[in-house]
Design a binder for this molecule. Structure first.
Ligand SMILES: [Zn+2]
Ligand SMILES: [Zn+2]
Ligand SMILES: [Zn+2]
Length: 324
């Protein structure tokens, strides 16, 4: 078992699960990974043979995008990074959607993800395609890629959580979805069955396959390929336009490692960020508030929090403000 270093000072450890519990968890992950993959291959073959209407794959992508908002806006930006505050109805709705998208417990998700930010691309990172694991082994690069994509979930890890992670996990909506995640996953898979076998295949299984691999690509692809405008993140996080589009803005991953608390990941010009669009929409409906935003200073090009109203941390900007 991997012992993982404490993320913050004054941390406590999450109780280590027993051997039987681990085996069950690993079998569960295997089922959740292999099942949708097999059914996706079967559905794609049926599509190429012209046996299925094109409406189904379009519906699968649309449903995947809706469920993915639960991961991007709910699990990631709202819960883990506290990039905005949401009305309880929005909290429950987003976190339940994330569970439908097959992300498991939001509590564990947030703890693992905060740990990734603290140890990004170091030997302690839970999922990094730059891990020293597999060094010198056959197909080293491919094994690292697959490990950061999904293999890491099969390893038991004992993440020690800090005060911030503890505070996050106390959120009632997160506690509720932590206890009921499997139920929502099964509901998302089986409810489409009411509309027939093809609906189950495409909106249940293929949709879950898309949800998984699009989200996991942020951990694997976005630490390997793309642009890195913010080099001072001191990791290999990259802005990848394809993942940026598919993962509703999460693929602007170098921006995200640069300003993790920012509600907007598409910080630079022309970077589409549909998750941020949703957050702004909810803010207009008064369902979301305290949205954390960052902007580049026009004088020194440094990035500052817009909540504090203007850039005050550099002398050049202070002089400019006084002269004006
Ligand atoms: Zn990352
Ligand atoms: Zn993050
Ligand atoms: Zn400035």
């Amino acid at each position: 078992m991997d012992q993982v270093e404490a993320a913050e000072p004054g941390t406590t450890s999450v109780p280590t699960p027993g051997r039987a519990e681990n085996a069950l968890r690993q079998f569960g992950w295997l089922l959740v990974m292999a099942g949708p993959l097999a059914l996706t291959l079967y559905s794609a073959a049926a599509l190429t043979r012209g046996k299925v209407s094109w409406v189904y794959p379009v519906a699968a992508f649309a449903a995947a995008a809706v469920a993915n908002l639960g991961t991007t806006a709910g699990y990631h930006r709202m819960l883990t990074h506290q990039a905005f505050k949401a009305h309880p109805v929005v909290q429950y709705a987003l976190l339940i959607l994330g569970a439908v998208a097959g992300m498991g417990s939001p509590v564990c998700w947030a703890q693992d993800h905060l740990h990734h930010h603290s140890h990004s691309d170091t030997e302690h990172d839970l999922h990094s395609p730059h891990t020293p694991r597999f060094r010198g082994q056959l197909f080293e690069g491919l094994r690292k890629l697959l490990d950061s994509h999904m293999g890491w979930m099969f390893r038991t890890h004992d993440v020690k959580v800090g005060a911030k992670a503890r505070q996050i996990t106390e959120m009632p909506a997160a506690q509720f979805v932590h206890r009921t995640a499997l139920l929502w996953l099964l509901a998302g898979l089986l409810l489409p069955l009411c509309f027939g076998w093809n609906a189950f295949l495409w909106i249940g299984a293929v949709r879950l396959f898309l949800n998984h691999h699009i989200t996991w690509s942020v951990n694997s692809i976005c630490h390997l390929w793309g642009r890195q405008p913010f080099k001072n993140t001191r990791d290999n996080s990259k802005n990848n336009a394809i993942v940026g589009f598919l993962a509703l803005g999460e693929g602007w991953h170098n921006n995200h490692h640069f300003r993790p608390a920012s509600a907007r990941h598409g910080l630079l010009r022309g970077q589409l960020d549909l998750t941020y669009t949703l957050i702004c929409l909810l803010e207009r409906c008064k369902l979301v508030c305290n949205v954390k935003r960052y902007a580049a200073c026009r004088v020194c090009h440094d990035w500052f929090s817009t909540e504090r109203g203007g850039h005050t941390s550099c002398t050049r900007c202070q002089q400019q403000a006084q002269a004006a």
